[in-house]
Ligand binder design. Structure first.
Ligand code: FES
Length: 113
């Protein structure tokens, strides 16, 4: 069940994307967070216990809204615009399923160490 309901700006062009393999529709100019939460009740399952996460700050500070794409890359949903054909995952893919990975998916925070 969606946790966001669109009330305004309904005339923007449609953008299609997939969420967990299901075809979805957003509007041009939506963030990934808006696109997903108008379809679902979470952006992902927490990697620390599996609880649902849906973002918190909505301004790029809390890091609660990271989502994985089918190619293994990740986006911060609240500060990334939805793009046509985006293939989003609410459950992180197993490392072996991520193209180009050896044993673990590359997380941006791994580069900071
Ligand atoms: S919701 Fe806080 S960083 Fe995206």
């Amino acid at each position: 069940m969606a946790i966001l309901k669109r009330l305004a700006e309904t005339g923007r062009p449609a953008v299609t994307f997939t969420l967990d393999g299901q075809a979805c529709r957003a509007l041009a100019g939506d963030t990934v967070l808006t696109a997903v939460l108008t379809q679902a009740d979470r952006v992902r399952q927490s990697e620390f216990g599996g609880g649902p996460r849906a973002g918190f700050c909505m301004m790029g500070a809390c890091q609660d809204c990271w989502m994985q794409l089918e190619d293994g890359s990740r986006v911060r949903a609240c500060s990334t615009f939805i793009e046509p054909g985006m293939r989003l995952q609410s459950t992180p893919l197993a490392p072996a399923a991520v193209p180009g990975s050896l044993s673990a998916a590359a997380w941006p925070e791994d580069d900071a160490a």
